[in-house]
Design a protein. Structure first.
Length: 162
């Protein structure tokens, strides 16, 4: 398990602030997309986020449009997981398809603060920060496989031996 740190946000973080709409139709590599992650909500995020960091938010994370870039940019930035009280349904599905773990844990969303150290264990269903341990429903093996493979397409290729 590697330790990351928390980036904390509130309720109703929409896809336009996760990945600004003005960049939606520009042809970008994942690395270029990562450079615009959260820029309208937190201009420091893209510059300072590190692999293994975790985004923590309130209710309805990922509301708004169905664009996949909102999940892709966080994964490309190295975000290990998004922990929230709840997710917009289409964002939840897009995130899993693109290999970004999305974890529902109200207690962690209430207690954790920006900058807190954090470890996430997908199989055990735990989020650990110092002496605090929060439980979430452990991810199924297939979802862990999708996250580890980098998304559903890569996971499927691996399963098919392609």
């Amino acid at each position: 398990m590697s330790t990351g740190r928390v980036w904390k946000y509130g309720d109703d973080v929409n896809t336009d602030v996760i990945f600004p709409g003005r960049h939606t139709y520009a042809l970008m590599t994942p690395e270029e997309m990562a450079g615009h992650a959260m820029e309208d909500l937190d201009p420091e995020f893209a510059k300072a986020v590190k692999p293994g960091d975790v985004v923590v938010a309130g209710k309805n994370f990922g509301c708004g449009s169905s664009r996949e870039q909102a999940a892709a940019c966080l994964r490309a930035a190295g975000v290990k997981a998004v922990v929230a009280k709840s997710f917009a349904r289409i964002y939840f599905r897009n995130a899993i398809n693109l290999g970004l773990a999305v974890l529902q844990c109200e207690e962690a969303a209430d207690v954790l603060s920006s900058g807190d150290p954090v470890d996430v264990d997908f199989s055990a269903g735990t989020i650990t920060s110092g002496a605090r341990v929060f439980k979430f429903f452990p991810l199924p093996e297939s979802v862990i496989g999708i996250v580890q493979a980098g998304g559903l397409i890569e996971y499927t290729k691996k399963k098919l031996g392609l």
